[in-house]
Design a protein around this ligand. Structure first.
Ligand SMILES: [Zn+2]
Ligand SMILES: [Zn+2]
Length: 76
């Protein structure tokens, strides 16, 4: 199963492109920016009460055959 990459912070609506290093996700893949997680949410997901981890970056270029943004666009 691939992660569902959401394109915006759910709190401030900041753009979080798939190659952004500022995206944070909880175990249910609720997606927020690092700024909101640290300063607004205090590392607790407002949807499910869980903690956050940095979202892995999905490379824009095709790193392995078939695994890229072009081949697997992020869901919206
Ligand atoms: Zn945010
Ligand atoms: Zn959550």
């Amino acid at each position: 199963m691939a992660l569902q990459l959401r394109p915006n912070c759910e709190y401030c609506d900041r753009d979080l492109p798939p190659n952004s290093g500022d995206a944070r996700i909880c175990s249910y893949e609720c997606t927020f920016c690092a700024d909101c997680v640290e300063n607004k949410l205090y590392n607790v997901c407002p949807n499910c009460g869980g903690g956050f981890t940095a979202r892995p970056i999905r490379p824009a270029k095709e790193w392995r055959a078939g695994l890229s943004i072009e081949k697997r666009p992020p869901a919206d």
